[in-house]
Design a protein around this ligand. Structure first.
Ligand code: ADP
Length: 219
C-alpha cells in the first residue's frame, strides 16, 4: 500500500469510479455516503466505506477525516451538501481538498472556499469527446491552460516509418512529441532518430493552434 490516504465524500458515479481507481493505484480510500445501499455496493472494494452525513462535523471528526492527505467532495447534484461538506473538510484541516462542480457558479463558490482543485467532469468530458469526434486519430485531449494542451494521436499510415527528425513538429509546427507509446514499450522524450510506426501512439504538447495545424496535415 502507498502512504497517501484519500477520503471520498459521495459515492455516486463520479465518486465511486474515482475511489476504485485510487484503490487500483494502490492507495487507501475511505468512502463516505449517506445512502446505506450505495455504501453496501462499494464496501467490499474500498479500504473502508461508511454510512455518514458528510455535513455532520462530529461524524467527520469521529472518522478521523482530518488525518487524510486528500479529501474529494464528489457530491454534485446537491450543491448545498457539496458546499457544506467542503467547508467542513477545509475547517478540519485536510491538506488537499478537491471538489466536483456541476456548474460554473458552483465552481466559483468552491473556489471561494479555497479548494485546491475544482473538477467539472461533465464539461471536461464534453470538451474531450468533441475533440475526438473531429480528429479521427485523436485518442485523448488534455487542456493544460487556455492556450496549451497535451494530445495523444494514433500514428497514421502517412507517417509510417518516418523519423521524428523528418517530421520535426517542433520546428514546423511549434509542438513537441514528448513520448511514443507502442506495444513493446514507451519511448520518453524521443530523439530525432526514433521512428514512428503506424498504430503507435504519440503524445504531443504545445499551443492548441499549433497542435491543430499538425493534426490537419496527418488527417
Ligand atoms: P454523480 O453524478 O457522480 O452520480 P451525485 O451527486 O448524483 O453524483 O451523487 C452523489 C452521492 O453523494 C450520492 O450517492 C449521495 O447519496 C451522496 N451524498 C449526498 N449528500 C451527502 C451527504 N451530505 N453526506 C454523504 N453523502 C452524500
Amino acid at each position: 500500500m502507498k502512504t497517501q490516504q484519500f477520503v471520498v465524500i459521495g459515492l455516486g458515479r463520479f465518486g465511486s469510479s474515482l475511489a476504485l481507481e485510487l484503490m487500483d493505484l494502490g492507495y487507501e480510500v475511505l468512502g463516505v455516503d449517506r445512502n446505506e445501499e450505495v455504501v453496501e455496493e462499494w464496501s467490499d472494494r474500498l479500504t473502508h466505506a461508511v454510512v455518514a452525513d458528510a455535513t455532520d462535523e462530529e461524524v467527520l471528526k469521529s472518522l478521523g477525516v482530518r488525518n487524510f492527505d486528500c479529501g474529494i467532495v464528489a457530491i454534485g447534484d446537491d450543491i448545498q451538501m457539496s458546499i457544506l461538506s467542503t467547508i467542513l473538510l477545509k475547517d478540519l484541516g485536510i491538506k488537499t481538498v478537491v471538489a466536483k462542480a456541476i456548474s460554473v457558479l458552483h465552481g466559483r463558490a468552491l473556489e471561494k472556499l479555497g479548494v485546491d482543485r475544482v473538477i467539472f467532469p461533465e464539461r471536461d468530458m464534453g470538451v474531450r469527446v468533441a475533440h475526438q469526434l473531429v480528429t479521427p486519430n485523436l485518442l485523448d485531449y488534455i487542456e493544460l491552460s487556455k492556450e496549451y494542451s497535451i494530445v495523444e494521436l494514433r500514428v497514421p499510415d502517412c507517417l509510417n516509418g518516418k523519423n521524428v527528425g523528418d517530421l520535426n513538429p517542433r520546428a514546423r509546427f511549434g509542438c513537441s512529441i514528448v513520448a511514443i507509446h507502442r506495444e513493446s514499450g514507451v519511448i520518453i522524450a524521443p530523439t530525432a532518430m526514433d521512428h514512428l510506426t503506424q498504430g503507435d501512439i504519440m503524445v504531443l504538447i504545445g499551443a492548441k493552434k499549433n497542435i491543430e495545424e499538425f493534426e490537419a496535415i496527418i488527417n
